[in-house]
Design a protein around this ligand. Structure first.
Ligand code: FE
Length: 183
């Protein structure tokens, strides 16, 4: 195969629609940018570069979050920056150090994968993750991700169904979420 043909084939493959791993709670709509949410009081800059936030000795249930960063035209955003932070197993944020904080870069197809624990709920909030997502050199999206079938979702005014991770069941250890950002 010539490299030109190969490049064309790769371009066609990249333009194909993205198939979700789980049944979706709503249709995939790359056209809509992911909703922004407040960053809250606990964001910190200069987080470590890492895909696993696991702490030695933690017995909290594991959580793997994966997905893709896409443009409104449903194109993968290569090398997008994702910076995650969340509460620990006691519902506390580490404001002195960087426990449960870390950033990573999506791969060439916009794919990311975060390995962490299920954060505890804290008073007044549904269980959630915080994240900032940014296409290279573009505007930062600050948002939050929510968990399936959490009783706290209904009581939290910030909760949005379109920010809920796709999960096989309540309490599942895997969540999927595709971000749609400005490019
Ligand atoms: Fe929070």
């Amino acid at each position: 195969m010539t490299s030109l043909v190969r490049r064309r084939l790769l371009a066609v493959a990249a333009a194909l629609p993205v198939m979700p791993a789980f049944a979706q709670s709503r249709p995939l709509t790359c056209g809509e940018l992911t909703a922004a949410q407040t960053e809250g009081p606990f964001f910190k800059t200069r987080t470590p570069l890492r895909v696993s936030l696991l702490e030695a000795g933690s017995k909290a249930p594991r959580l793997v979050v994966s997905g893709q960063v896409l443009s409104a035209q449903c194109r993968p955003v290569a090398n997008a920056l994702l910076d995650f932070w969340h509460a620990d197993e006691d519902g506390e944020y580490d404001n002195a150090g960087f426990r449960y904080r870390g950033h990573q870069f999506a791969d060439g197809e916009g794919r990311y994968r975060l390995v962490t624990i299920v954060p505890a709920e804290y008073p007044g909030r549904a269980r959630h993750l915080h994240v900032k997502v940014q296409a290279p050199g573009k505007r930062v999206l600050t948002t939050q991700l929510y968990f399936r079938d959490e009783p706290g979702n209904r009581r939290d005014g910030l909760y949005r169904q379109d920010l809920e991770m796709r999960m096989a069941a309540k309490g599942a250890g895997e969540g999927r979420f595709d971000f749609v950002v400005e490019v």
